[in-house]
Design a protein around this ligand. Structure first.
Ligand SMILES: Cc1cc2nc3c(=O)[nH]c(=O)nc-3n(C[C@H](O)[C@H](O)[C@H](O)COP(=O)(O)OP(=O)(O)OC[C@H]3O[C@@H](n4cnc5c(N)ncnc54)[C@H](O)[C@@H]3O)c2cc1C
Length: 441
């Protein structure tokens, strides 16, 4: 194997999940990098995250898997109940362990974020650096932050999420040259929003489900599927919850448009007291599957661990230009109902870092070649993940007689072997990091 070209330096914009994983992979590939994060303090959403078996070998190669398994519970299944507790069906999410070696895992997102951050060596991530401009020459690329500091590298990786400034800067230039595809000029689409939270540690005597070694997700569906509540038991005697859905009176923009423009103003990670309380009120009378009231869970959640989020989605067509390339939510924003967004972001990172490792020169044309190969390898898979997430959301939330019948059939009668065959197909494409030893099974 050829080592990467000496002096290759990557600037990563964004210290979210994709940016941190990218940094950890580059570190182990021996490639120089620096992460710029706009927030002065990293504050991930107070919620759960489920990671797909497809990325577990990568985590094992990076030496992270064992710790992550300790922080998480394996995902066993998703039970769907009506608001009054009637069982509507169940999906078994266990994969064929012999064939795929791993199960999906569910953990606290703040725990995961903190863990990944602890793997970034000191001095490699700077907070309070909001990137506002990117300019390039034939030799290098310069990133300018809001505080007028600049960082120079050979490649910029935009890992700055759904409202990516990197993408907006890139697209502005492509639009001026008249070569930005029409679909990339359209804003992110959303037709659902939710409030997410994670309780403080609860008493297992009151909630025996907390003692369960695996995670069975409970989805409580309100009348006409307007509002739902998802509850996920986590390590550390905590329950993550998500209240929301496609209720139109909650989600329209002032102009009635179901789209959000890249300002970030409506993609709130902040506490929005009125709407958040209003959404949670919609589930007040839902029957809690563990006894007591679902409001007990909401009230056992520290305010700092409650956020309102829009559930946008969009597959962008343009993922790179010149020395700048996008990963994660910056190029494919996926609705979160199938636990795919983070796993797809990690797959993006693995694919790119393998290609960086193979680079023999630092020229723009060599980057164009590998960036196009990256898109060829990743775009189709990310689209399948996005489509399956959307289809799963439709299965749960769609209204009307036909949707009721479809929901009943799938939730009650889909045999486990068929589900395992479907997840087996998704699981079959499992990349490795070429510069690290393969994991032992
Ligand atoms: C409620 C919810 C539940 C989810 N559940 C799951 C799940 O169970 N499983 C799963 O796989 N996925 C899930 N997802 C999706 C997953 O969270 C995302 O796909 C993943 O976090 C994307 O990571 P990212 O690093 O690309 O973006 P982000 O996590 O958004 O990180 C972007 C980072 O860039 C920073 N940034 C932004 N602009 C700038 C700038 N100009 N300069 C510098 N820094 C900047 C931001 O502050 C942020 O830290 C869920 C999403 C939501 C909303």
């Amino acid at each position: 194997m050829t080592p990467p070209p000496p002096g290759l330096r990557v600037i990563i914009v964004g210290g979210g999940l994709a940016g941190l994983v990218m940094g950890i992979m580059l570190d182990q590939a021996g490639i120089d990098y620096h992460i710029l994060e706009q927030a002065s303090r990293l504050r991930p959403l107070g919620t759960s995250i489920s990671l797909h078996p497809v990325i577990m070998d990568l985590m094992a190669q990076l030496g992270l898997l064992e710790d992550m398994q300790k922080m998480s519970k394996p995902l066993r299944g998703i039970s769907v109940l009506s608001a009054n507790g009637r069982k509507m069906g169940r999906i078994d999410t266990r994969t064929n362990k012999r064939r795929h070696h791993h199960q999906a895992m569910v953990m606290s997102r703040p725990d995961l974020h903190e863990y990944l951050l602890s793997k970034i060596p000191p001095g490699k991530l700077t907070t309070g650096k909001r990137v506002i401009d990117i300019t390039e020459t034939q030799q290098d690329v310069t990133v300018t932050c809001m505080d007028e500091t600049t960082y120079v590298g050979h490649i910029v990786v935009g890992a700055d999420g759904a409202y990516s400034a990197t993408r907006q800067i890139m697209y502005k230039k492509l639009k001026e040259r008249g070569i930005l595809p029409e679909s990339d000029t359209k804003p992110l689409h959303f037709d659902k929003q939710c409030v997410v939270g994670m309780t403080s540690p609860l008493d297992p005597a009151k909630y025996p489900v907390l003692l369960d070694d695996s995670c069975e997700v409970k989805v409580l569906l309100g009348k006409d599927q307007h509002t739902s509540m998802w509850i996920l038991p986590l390590q550390g005697n905590r329950l993550a919850w998500c209240v929301g859905g496609p209720d139109p009176h909650l989600i329209q923009n002032d102009d009635g448009d179901h789209s959000s423009h890249g300002s970030g103003s409506r993609s709130g990670r902040d506490w929005y007291p009125e709407t958040a309380v209003e959404i949670c009120e919609d589930v007040r009378n839902f029957k809690c599957p563990y006894g007591g009231s679902v409001m007990d869970l909401i009230e056992s959640t520290p305010k700092g661990l409650v956020s309102k989020v829009l559930l946008e989605e969009k597959m962008y067509r343009t993922w790179y230009n010149g020395r700048v390339v996008l990963v994660g939510d910056a190029c494919h924003k996926i609705v979160p109902f199938f636990g795919q967004g983070a796993s797809q972001a990690i797959l993006d990172c693995a694919c790119l870092v393998n290609m960086f490792y193979d680079l023999t020169s630092n020229t723009t044309s060599s980057f164009t070649t590998i960036f196009q190969r990256y898109v060829d390898m990743r775009a189709e898979t990310a689209k399948v993940a996005s489509d399956s997430s959307r289809e799963f959301a439709d299965l749960i939330y769609e209204q009307g007689f036909k949707a009721d019948v479809a929901r009943n059939i799938v939730l009650r009668f889909t045999p486990t072997w068929l589900l395992r065959m479907i997840t087996g197909t998704i699981n079959s494409n499992r990349p490795n990091l070429k510069f690290l030893p393969l994991p032992k099974h």
